[in-house]
Design a protein around this ligand. Structure first.
Ligand code: GDP
Length: 339
């Protein structure tokens, strides 16, 4: 654990004031603090978050997912520009647990959404890097709160990795948009049924040129497939539309759908209920994550585990007994450390 304090940090108050004023430079620097693993930054981050919390939450949070190549960044570029033309301020964040932040990936992200990234009303931040999905998701969720406090009223959160990151994005957004392609089976697209079930809207992208007819067919197929799922808690029936992110068609319809969704769920109470549940879940996820780190980070435990593994392999101890012994040991470690 590193204990030094970086010299280029501002005071907590300066971060808070800057973010609340919508100062992009300060917002970026505040997110850097959130993403940092230094102990002094963690303290600073907590103070910043605590103070901007009342100004957060006033946005529509939209998750965007789909396999690599489906057109997520092209779509976000088109959709983001559309939203800005409607007077919105849009922040784009992403969750990529495999991301190792480097000059290359930042440049990569910039060129992926070239026009949008040059716009005053857009704020694009590539994924935090980190070892665990939970850690990366936490940082993204806190960055989202900062963006809201800075006045961004639409947050787009893109999944970059395939797999568990969809669940993480779904757990922190109000609306979940799944991009698909016509003419490729679900299996081919690597989309699991569970992800289809989370979608509030499926967009068949690349519905242009020779692909239009096929896209219409795919739209009907997905519409039928979605009807087979149990009705969602929100009371919303997921919609399927087609679009061409490249040629900018179908974009306004997507936003109209999201607005209809919002009207429905604000009206029936689901919007607030869902956000409350998400925040409560966020607390439990964090507790679980921290407990795990505390346990596996203990030197005593780390030393014992290989021995127990050997005993289990030699059938000298049952796995359950081994686990219980470790927990007992951990309790000893804790009481030793707190006394
Ligand atoms: P991502 O990996 O999901 O972010 O996908 P990209 O946005 O990078 O797009 C992958 C490729 O598909 C690029 O070559 C895009 O130009 C192309 N593409 C994206 N959207 C469309 C579309 O609507 N129509 C067509 N024809 N190509 C598209």
């Amino acid at each position: 654990m590193k204990h030094y304090k970086p010299k280029n940090r501002l005071s907590a108050q300066a971060y808070i004031d800057g973010v609340l004023k919508g100062d992009r430079m300060v917002l970026s620097r505040a997110i850097t603090v959130i993403e940092s693993n230094l102990e002094s930054d963690k303290v600073l981050a907590k103070e910043i978050i605590q103070n901007i919390l009342p100004a957060s939450g006033k946005s529509m949070r939209i998750g965007v997912t789909g396999v690599p190549g489906v057109g997520k960044s092209t779509f976000i570029e088109a959709f983001g520009k559309y939203l800005i033309s409607q007077g919105h301020k849009v922040a784009i964040l992403s969750i990529d647990p495999s991301s190792q932040r480097s000059k290359g990936s930042i440049l990569g992200d910039k060129t992926r959404m070239e026009e949008l990234s040059g716009m005053e009303a857009a704020y694009i931040r590539p994924s935090a890097s980190g070892e665990t999905l939970g850690g990366v998701a936490n940082k993204t969720a806190e960055s989202m709160l900062l963006c809201e406090a800075a006045g961004y009223d639409i947050i787009l959160i893109e999944t970059v990795g395939v797999g568990q990151s969809e669940t993480a994005v779904h757990g922190m957004t109000d609306f979940f948009l799944l991009l698909m392609l016509a003419g490729a089976g679900d299996e081919l697209q690597g989309i699991k049924k569970g992800i289809m079930e989370m979608a509030d809207m499926v967009v068949i992208n690349k519905a242009d040129g020779d692909n239009v007819k096929q896209s219409d067919r795919a739209r009907l197929q997905y519409q039928n497939a979605l009807h087979l799922f149990p009705p969602s808690e929100s009371g919303w029936t997921p919609t399927v539309t087609k679009a061409s992110a490249l040629h900018n068609t179908g974009i306004a319809t997507i936003w109209e759908n999201i607005l209809s969704y919002k009207e429905l769920v604000v009206g029936n109470g689901y919007f607030v209920e869902n956000r409350n549940q998400q925040r409560i879940q966020w607390m439990y996820d964090t507790i679980n994550e921290e407990l795990k780190q505390l346990f596996y980070g203990s030197e005593t435990i780390a030393k014992q585990l290989p021995k127990l593994e050997a005993q289990i392999m030699a059938s000298q101890i049952s796995p359950v007994k081994a686990a219980e012994d470790m927990i007992a040991k951990f309790k000893e470690v804790l009481s030793f450390e707190t006394n």
